[in-house]
Design a protein around this ligand. Structure first.
Ligand code: ATP
Ligand code: MG
Length: 473
């Protein structure tokens, strides 16, 4: 719920609402006020509070210059985090609060950073350098909301709108392009016409922005509740950062299982899948290899044999380029590589896949497959969902019964084979893996005697009582 109707008098125009400023932030604001300066909560925390969400962090802006701030905060734990840009951090109750002097950004020559920043004593000037109206509001617990650009109204109407001239604002800092679509996806907002046009027209400027900063925004976008609409409406921006996605856009799958183009299907999977960044990435990439692997048979039917391998390769390239960490890269590519496996309600398959992927990745794969089948032709959804459910239950059963699916679970180990006279080295692993396969195939019980017996018979090892081949230990 938005709060907008309390009247508060201040030298700044605008509305006010009862925002619950945390005690520590209010203390810092009051302390600056007591020192004779202006101070306000600003930006994301004001936006989120007005939306009834809990802000991630509370940023404060002030008319005090950095040295004035230091004096005013004497005795408090102050860290000079960005003193050149006017930012100090004060840690209270283990929470960091960033306090920044009102600023006017100088000229942007590289499309990323202002050449220099100038301090100002004018709050409105500080708010005017901020990217979107909903991010350009300030709040003081005593005097209320300062909202010179209609941020509250846009918040109420669900609109992302640039502060000032949209093309110029993206020209100054192209990261704002990603931030704009990210906020639209996170908040489920529309983007105002001129801002939307400028976002798209300016998209090539994104090439100047570092991969790390793009990645952070992309993750937040994918996890947004409105991601599907934003990815659909702004796909050309997606193709700017991930050109490999473009061939999916209009590809008709010519196949009875699918009612959507590859891109629309992908967007549905992103929408359906559970909300973690890893799963959203699995969804984004799972079919990205389809365009290059498509074949059409004489009957006009489209096929995508081994597309999962192409998807894996492309995902790996893109994730590396966007500097995702190795763990995410490895997890996402493994899940994508295996997403064409057809699950059956079989303990044997559950054991084998647990062995191959491990529990964590197998559970991610199950989530991907659920979202995948829910985004295909609905006539097949029910039966496929129930098969995945049955498989998932087998996985639970195998895990609960400690049914054997890894060498660790096998009732014998390398030591036992050495005792039977097996040669130290790779042979041991080979024998153990063969025995494990037999157990997983239900050809052999996971029991010590049976395993030793098979090892002796199949691999020509000796029993305990026989000569151990001269080994002394
Ligand atoms: P989040 O919820 O992701 O933290 P946020 O709006 O708080 O969203 P921050 O990156 O923490 O984003 O930035 C704090 C504030 O600084 C923003 O609300 C906005 O006013 C301003 N800001 C941040 N990045 C930019 C930018 N690239 N251009 C202009 N203003 C920006
Ligand atoms: Mg923030």
């Amino acid at each position: 719920m938005l709060h907008s109707d309390t009247n508060v008098h201040s030298k700044y125009s605008g509305h006010a609402g009862p925002i619950a400023v945390p005690r520590e932030a209010a203390y810092l604001i009051n302390r600056l006020t007591a020192c004779g300066y202006e101070a306000f909560a600003v930006g994301g925390c004001v936006r989120d509070s007005l939306l009834g969400k809990t802000p991630n962090d509370w940023d404060i802006c002030t008319s005090a210059l950095p040295d004035d701030m230091k004096q005013c905060f004497s005795g408090l734990p102050v860290i000079e985090t960005g003193i050149k840009h006017g930012t100090l951090t004060v840690v209270l109750e283990h929470r960091p609060f960033e306090i920044t002097t009102y600023r006017i950004d100088g000229e942007y020559r590289d499309g990323r950073h202002p050449e220099q920043v100038r301090f100002t004593s004018d709050l409105q000037a500080d708010l005017s350098r901020r990217d979107f109206t909903i991010n350009a509001m300030a709040y003081h617990p005593g005097t209320g909301l300062v909202d010179p650009f209609g941020g509250l109204q846009d918040l109420q109407a669900g609109i992302i709108r640039c502060v000032g001239d949209a093309p110029r604002r993206f020209e100054e800092d192209a990261l704002r392009i990603m931030r704009g679509i990210r906020f639209a996806a996170q908040l489920g907002f529309d983007i105002e016409g001129k801002t939307a046009g400028a976002l798209l027209d300016s998209r090539e400027l994104l090439d100047r922005i570092s991969s790390e900063r793009i990645r952070t925004e992309f993750d937040k976008l994918l996890c947004g509740s409105g991601a599907m609409d934003v990815l659909a409406g702004y796909r050309d921006i997606v193709a700017q950062i991930i050109p490999e996605a473009r061939p999916m856009f209009d590809l008709d799958q010519q196949n009875d299982y699918h009612i959507y183009t590859v891109w629309d299907h992908t967007l549905h999977v992103i929408d359906q899948i559970k909300n973690t960044p890893e799963l959203k990435l699995c969804a984004f990439f799972h079919d990205i290899g389809k365009p290059e692997m498509m074949t059409v048979t004489e009957d006009g039917w489209g096929h995508f044999y081994r597309h999962e391998l192409a998807s894996e390769r492309i995902a790996d390239t893109v994730l590396a380029r966007l500097k995702y960490d190795n763990r995410t890269r490895e997890t996402v590519t493994s899940v994508v590589r295996n997403h064409s496996i057809v699950f059956r309600p079989s303990a044997k398959q559950a054991r084998k896949l647990l062995h191959k992927l491990g529990e964590e990745k197998l559970r991610l794969l199950i989530q991907l497959e659920y979202a995948d089948v829910k985004s295909q032709n609905p006539i097949y959804t029910e039966s496929r969902v129930s098969t995945i459910g049955a498989f998932s239950q087998k996985v639970d059963e195998v895990l609960a019964s400690e049914n054997c699916f890894s060498l660790r679970d096998l009732a014998i180990g390398g030591r036992d084979l050495l005792d039977l006279g097996a040669a130290q080295g790779p042979e041991i692993g080979k024998i153990l893996n063969t025995l494990l396969d037999m157990v997983m195939e239900d050809e052999l019980p996971n029991q010590r005697d049976a395993l030793l017996d098979t090892a002796i018979k199949t691999f020509g090892l000796h029993t305990h009582t026989e000569d151990t081949g001269g080994r002394t230990s």
